[in-house]
Ligand binder design. Structure first.
Ligand code: 0RA
Length: 645
């Protein structure tokens, strides 16, 4: 089979090479029609908009290359769209490889756009760069008109296939070069032909900001008709002003940074406002890189460094102050970063992050150097920005503390019981009790000694902190306290709920020595201060281990105080083996059970606060800042003073 193609100059070309190429072309376009989603994402309104973007991008590329300053987008009442620019006009001469005109190649060969012609693009946009051929394949009808060198050329297509050859329109002598592509999306492919004016307008606005000096006219002839024009002399500087409108800018004019190196153009505009949010938009070749990438990374690093350097130079940060963080310097920041480069690499699932690693260092060094200069020349602005960042830093520190508190509370409310807790099997608090035991070794003894059905053991390591002086948040930073609260199950602070107490008796069991007394007092203080209900409802107890054992043959007598000891020796005793117990760990589990833990034989002190005021006063005295007299005072007075024995 041979196919006849009429060339732009009106002659016919017949050859096998062309035939093979043409079959490939038709197969390519057929593939697009079979699986449109692969090329434009979807066939809903988004996909529909994508067709327009694709063609407008090509015109904007021509503008970025400096050959075009006007783009008109026109939606007709029947849903067809035409996009016209005043660029050089798509070339119409014969394309080497395909034997077709360059225009037909662009419109029928997948991915051909921008890759032909010696004067191709320096940079190329396009959302996915699928090219005009995809738009052509998905259009019922498409007509391309090119005004070039005083002549007008035209060619039409249906669903991607040319309906005739490229013709030179007789009698037309256009004075200006340019391109107009008009197409009607295929209703067999698209679920809707209903464009959204506002969505399209927002995109055109963005493109106009990013291509300073480009005029985009958008006319919608459907319904009552609408028109919007976008033109920004100052490009992204105007973009930043737009973002900051109504946001109370901290300085009158955006800071503008521009430069070009290694064929990569970099433009940054930034302006702080009174808000707390960050609004930084980054683009690579006019594509909105919503996931950032190397240009964003370079910018952030430069901003943080330059502002810290300036703050130190200007003595707004003292030598021993920590640096401002990235988050601090970006609070209330509005910025636009736009880079243009020959072959951008996009990464990520949606290709919305710029890879191109070489961009990072270029942006970083340009932004840092420019900011340094700007801040030195505009110290009043510099001071305002640094003061804002310092405020952000302080607020962040306060928020962090509050958040820590909340998070810890979350831990306390969780269902996870601490690992150190040897719980009992009884879950009814009426029948269960928990021993708070000082030290691991005593804890071990108590675990062996206990009735595991009703008695839980929680060993507490070392000295719990001095709760009288500690604030709520500091106290919760203490592991032992968190473990204790979790084991009790009541929650804490505002969330305290006595009904959730997991044990009817909370028993403090400490050594009968100075340290034991100290820890006991600390625990009492904690409960008194932070869980007074526990005392009010009569849940808090103190275990009474013996001080001495007196062994006579097989008889062992346990003596719980010096008074008992004296009474014991007030009668004649022979061959008594007296032992003083210093620590709970010195008793074997059997002994601990019979003397201290067996409900049938033990004695417990119930903690009662009869006179709250007096107790409060005492605790304050005990736990105040004067350390030296404290220990002896605790030993001699604490228990008797606060406890109703
Ligand atoms: C490459 C080279 C030349 C023009 C274009 C591309 C071009 C493409 C589009 C797409 C939409 N509008 C456009 N305008 C121009 C010009 C080569 C020459 O100087 O002839």
């Amino acid at each position: 089979m041979t196919t006849t193609a009429r060339r732009a100059d009106g002659t016919n070309a017949q050859n096998a090479e062309y035939t093979a190429a043409n079959i490939q072309v038709l197969e390519g376009l057929e593939a697009v029609r079979r699986r449109p989603g692969m090329y434009i994402g979807s066939t809903d309104q988004r996909g529909l908009h994508h067709l327009i973007y694709e063609i407008v991008d090509n015109a904007v590329d021509e503008a970025m290359a400096g050959f075009c300053d006007r783009v008109e987008v026109l939606i007709q009442p029947d849903g067809s769209v035409s996009i016209q620019d005043n660029g050089r006009g798509i070339p119409v001469d014969r394309h080497e490889k395909t034997g077709l005109s360059a225009l037909e190649t662009v419109l029928t060969v997948l991915h051909a756009g921008g890759k032909f012609g010696g004067g191709g693009y320096k940079v190329s946009g396009g959302l996915h760069g699928v090219g005009a051929s995809v738009v052509n394949a998905l259009s019922e009808e498409l007509t391309a008109e090119v005004a070039k060198d005083g002549a007008l050329y035209r060619q039409s297509y249906q669903r991607g296939a040319p309906t005739g050859s490229l013709e030179k329109v007789r009698g037309e002598k256009p004075e200006q070069n340019g391109t107009r592509i008009s197409f009607k999306p295929d209703s067999e492919i698209f679920e809707t032909l209903d464009y959204d004016f506002a969505t399209l307008a927002a995109r055109f606005r963005e493109m106009a900001y990013l291509t300073k000096g480009l005029w985009i006219q958008f006319i919608d002839l459907r319904g009552d008709g609408q028109e919007q024009n976008f033109y920004f002399d100052s490009g992204i500087e105007a973009y930043v002003r737009h973002v900051n409108r109504g946001r109370n800018p901290l300085h009158a004019d955006p800071i503008v940074i521009q430069g070009e190196r290694d064929n990569i153009s970099i433009e940054v505009a930034l302006q702080y406002n009174g808000s707390f949010s960050e609004s930084v938009h980054s683009f690579a070749n006019c594509i909105n890189t919503i996931d950032g990438g190397s240009h964003m990374t370079g910018f952030r690093s430069a901003l943080t460094r330059a502002l810290n350097d300036y703050a130190r130079r200007a003595k707004l940060l003292k030598d021993d102050d920590p640096n401002l963080s990235g988050d601090d310097v970006r609070e209330g920041l509005s910025a636009v970063i736009s880079v243009k480069l020959p072959e951008p690499q996009f990464e990520g699932q949606t290709k919305t992050r710029l890879g191109s690693p070489e961009v990072k260092g270029l942006v970083d060094s340009l932004v840092a150097a420019s900011l340094n200069t700007y801040l030195d020349e505009n110290p009043a602005v510099g001071r305002r920005i640094i003061e804002k960042a310092l405020t952000a830093s302080r607020a962040r520190e306060a928020a962090r503390k509050a958040r820590d508190l909340v998070q810890r509370k979350g831990v306390l409310e969780g269902s996870m019981l601490p690992g150190k807790l040897a719980d009992c099997s009884e879950s009814n608090p009426e029948y269960s009790e928990i021993y708070l035991v000082e030290g691991e070794s005593a804890g071990g003894s108590a675990k062996s000694a206990r009735d595991r059905r009703t008695q839980a053991i929680l060993p507490l390591r070392g000295k719990i902190l001095n709760v009288e002086k500690a604030r709520l948040d500091k106290m919760l930073a203490h592991e032992e306290i968190r473990v204790l609260i979790t084991a009790l199950g009541t929650g804490f602070g505002d969330d305290f709920d006595i009904a959730k107490l997991r044990y009817g008796k909370v028993i403090i069991m400490t050594d009968a020595d100075v340290d034991g007394a100290h820890i006991r007092t600390l625990l009492l203080t904690f409960f008194y201060r932070f869980m007074p209900e526990l005392i009010d409802h009569g849940h808090l107890y103190i275990a009474q281990p013996p001080l001495y054992s007196a062994q006579q043959g097989r008889n062992v007598t346990w003596l719980y105080s010096d008074a008992e000891r004296e009474a014991f020796f007030s009668v004649e005793r022979k061959n008594v083996n007296m032992q003083r117990y210093k620590g709970l760990g010195e008793m074997n589990p059997d002994q601990l059970w019979t003397t201290t833990m067996d409900p049938a034989t033990r004695s417990l002190l119930k903690v009662e606060v009869n006179d709250a005021e007096r107790a409060d006063d005492l605790f304050t005295k005990l736990m105040g800042d004067e350390v030296p007299p404290r220990k002896s005072f605790i030993m001699t007075h604490a228990l008797s003073a606060t406890l109703d024995v």
